[in-house]
Write a protein that binds this ligand. Sequence first.
Ligand SMILES: NCc1[nH]cc(CCC(=O)O)c1CC(=O)O
Ligand SMILES: [Mg+2]
Length: 331
Amino acid sequence: MTASYPNLRLRRTRASAWSRALHRETVLAPANLIWPLFVTEGSGVEEPIASLPGVSRWSIDGIVKRANEALDLGIPCVALFPNTQAERRSDEGAEALNPDNLMCRAIRAIKDACGSDIGVLTDVALDPYTSHGQDGLIDRQGYVTNDDTVAVLVDQAMNQAEAGADIIAPSDMMDGRVRAIRMALEMGGHANVQIMSYAAKYASAFYGPFRDAVGSGGLLKGDKKSYQMDPGNAEEALREVALDLAEGADSVMVKPGLPYLDIVRRVKERFEVPVFAYQVSGEYAMIEAAAAAGAGDRDALVLETLLAFRRAGCSGVLTYHAAHAARLLGA
Ligand SMILES: NCc1[nH]cc(CCC(=O)O)c1CC(=O)O
Ligand SMILES: [Mg+2]
């Protein structure tokens, strides 16, 4: 039984800043952020990404600087995505298995510079390496085949783990890949390498700027609806999460973020495991466009959206605003 007005005035605890701070149920800290970074060839290179204003691709020296910046800001983990040169792409995406590919060199460079002070998360999927821009191997009809793709993803994950990746994050949405990757890591001497599965990843219109950033946007024919989820489905997301947890995922991700906070909440309540969300490129671009148009205050929009992920149940958020947000949080 609770009191009612006027004995109960909910505005009472909101009347001053100290009291609002005292009663705040959810807080956002730099430790809740994962910073996605785009890697490109060369040295001393910074390539701004037009559809992702404020975000650049960096050559490996720049990536190491960003990793050190993350460390200084209290951001515990960076996520790496390679922009593979067109001539290194193929139908099979074999460059993903090259131990000296851009990704592996970037992982090693960060590990050499920062050791175990920062986590490196790596995406497992073939789209940065394929000439057709799909996340897996395609048959003659262009259908992305499941089991053949999983076999390649296992090798890709092992290649990343050998280079020093701390968290393997399969973003491909093939069935059965978490178990296959977990077994390979165990057998291959990488028992402590984590798997954060993109468990509930939707076929979304919010990935456009990312595809520009990794250079697969112009290549992609068709869509990814035969493997990424239908935006209308929530029960199916719970089944996806249940499977990935049973197969050995240490944590699960929901993607995109803000339009799918209901999924985050349901996954958290049902499974009580670490849940992450990816505030994807289109969401970032939307906030930047709103701020540029004078429709909202950029810093306030950034902090409010990130706090909303925490309130919904996220342990952390992958966001291109990570460094900016950490600075705002006074790290
Ligand atoms: N499998 C690739 C992958 N990993 C992360 C993203 C999107 C991230 C973003 O938009 O910021 C994508 C794009 C896609 O599935 O087409
Ligand atoms: Mg699945």
